[in-house]
Ligand binder design. Structure first.
Ligand code: GDP
Length: 156
């Protein structure tokens, strides 16, 4: 079994160098609500280049592996159920300072707290069904990208 050993935010090392890649998923709520095109447009308009992308569906097992870092949280079961409930779009994005700039573009986890104009403010449903994922560190961006894509599926 492939294990997505993402690093907890509280355990991650300080990054001294900005990475130029991050990983994202357009989550099942945004796909179901017809927002794929608008979200991809907002991402590319903000200067991100798509270097890998696929339309796919996570099994409960794969969603559980991806979010294993949250396995002790009370919402873990709900999160795994939601993320395996329908198709997603997974992508690797390239831009200077990609991780930090993409987190700014998507906004806070809870869309009620997300800044105006951010992707989550525009398209998220609630704190669980919040339209998009964005890696929280350079280390996790690399781990998450490799979880979803083989090297031959990435086009720089
Ligand atoms: P993110 O980095 O902004 O995505 O936030 P986290 O890493 O803290 O949480 C991962 C994902 O778990 C979020 O994007 C939400 O989909 C989900 N999540 C976080 N907090 C909650 C919560 O309180 N309830 C539920 N149902 N889901 C949550």
């Amino acid at each position: 079994m492939y294990f997505c050993a993402r690093i907890k935010k509280s355990h991650k090392k300080n990054n001294t160098m900005a990475s130029n890649r991050t990983f994202t998923m357009i989550k099942p709520d945004a796909v179901k609500n017809g927002h794929i095109g608008a979200i991809l447009n907002q991402i590319t308009a903000a200067g991100f280049k798509i270097v890998a992308m696929k339309y796919t569906k996570l099994s409960a097992g794969k969603a559980g592996e991806f979010y294993a870092v949250h396995s002790e949280r009370p919402f873990y079961g709900e999160l795994v159920g939601f993320m395996s409930s329908g198709p997603i779009v997974a992508a690797i994005l390239e831009k200077d300072n990609a991780v930090e700039d993409f987190r700014t573009l998507i906004g806070a986890t809870n869309p009620a707290e997300a800044a105006e104009g951010t992707i989550r403010a525009n398209y998220a449903t609630n704190i669980g069904e919040n339209a998009v994922h964005g890696s929280d560190s350079n280390e996790n961006a690399a781990i998450e990208g490799s979880f979803h894509f083989a090297g031959v599926e990435v086009f720089a």
